[in-house]
Design a protein around this ligand. Sequence first.
Ligand SMILES: *Cc1c(COP(=O)(O)O)cnc(C)c1O
Length: 457
Amino acid sequence: MSISLNSELKQKENQRINEYINKVLSLVEKEVVTEEEANWITKETLDGFRDHVNPGFLSYRKTVTKDGQFAAVEWSDGGACFKDINGNEYIDCLGGFGIYNVGHRHPKVVKAVTDQLKRQALHSQDLLDPLRAMLAKILADITPGDLKYAFFTNSGTESVEAALKLAKMYSDRTTFIATARAFHGKSLGSLSGTAKGMFRKPFLPLIPGFRHVPFGDIDMMRKTFETCALVGEDVAAVILEPIQGEGGIILPPPNYLKQVRELCDEFGALLIFDEVQTGMGRTGKMFAAELFDVVPDILCLAKAFGGGVMPAGAIVAKEKVFESWFPNPFMHTTTFGGNPLACAAAIATISVLLEEKLPERALEVGEYFLKGLREVAKDHKDKVLEIRGQGLMIGIEFHKDEIGYEVSKGMFDRGVLVAGTLINSKTIRIEPSLTISYEEVDTVINTFKEVLSQIEN
Ligand SMILES: *Cc1c(COP(=O)(O)O)cnc(C)c1O
């Protein structure tokens, strides 16, 4: 009796859940939603974040947006912009922290992924999947120097993990040198390289053997190498971002990366470039390594690698290093890494970058953008400390955090989304799609001007 009652209740409950699911799926299917539907979506989103995702996001949005706007719910995107559920359009200068290099939903990337999806979505895990081989070959061609073998991942963090493990396996050493203000991700391994105390403290101790030195300080780097050697803890690898992203767009001093390369060679250590943010055309070259004429031993990619359509990442390494994984390719694995959909997306993304000459475009538009922003900042030296950048990776540093927050808020209110930085909140970042039009750049510059002149210091 009670069993059948229970199962009846259970059935009713399941029916209710499935009605909700079908409503959600019917909305996903729609190209446009009615006002009533938009209101329902907004309410469900807020309730869901509060009760089941993390209410912290709602208070965070309240602090970074103007009144009422915190509830902005995103719904669709295309080109250099995205739209919220109420149809308001924003120029996306946050660019998903640098994932939309080829723009939002570039047709060529969407087509490749859709075509692949119609035939096969994921791989068997046992047979040989062709796109992985083809993408690896393409990567060997477009990456600098003799980088040759690729391992595919689903995220930047995973790429860094793979690089650290490969370096350990190759060198049989366990010491790593990372840099202050670095960001390499938040898994236990990658977090060991990341350099913000707030994110690390609750999880200590992390991987043993990490030393952090100031980014740009080659003497300190040398001393650390020497000390590590003296105490018998030889350095397996140096890991750094050629241009620090989350740290607030920090460019290396002239020659720094070349000198780091030389130190690595002198002490038999590997050089890992984390190009998760700087890669795929962002800085004016396909990879920032080319800007500085330095070839790392391992290159980490993700973010824009999947074309803003699929999550995808990779490491590309020199043969002499990657060889350590030849005898047993299962030493480091991931089920979804290098899946056919991700590979299709990455292959199409590289094609778009080459065909539309987007790295070159990043350089040109970046210079124009930087010049415009600097011109505006001239009249606001009391608020803006420095504007710096390379290609379409631009940072605006203010004298105080509060000014940065006010500028971000004001710009969002006027339809431009910019990014705070995780490591350095005094700096906001501009990392738009590399396809952004000059008109859109002008809009952003004018908006910056308007907002700067309206906020109080
Ligand atoms: C974003 C980022 C990561 C982490 O990538 P996820 O995909 O978020 O795991 C690692 N390194 C750099 C330089 C990044 O910018």
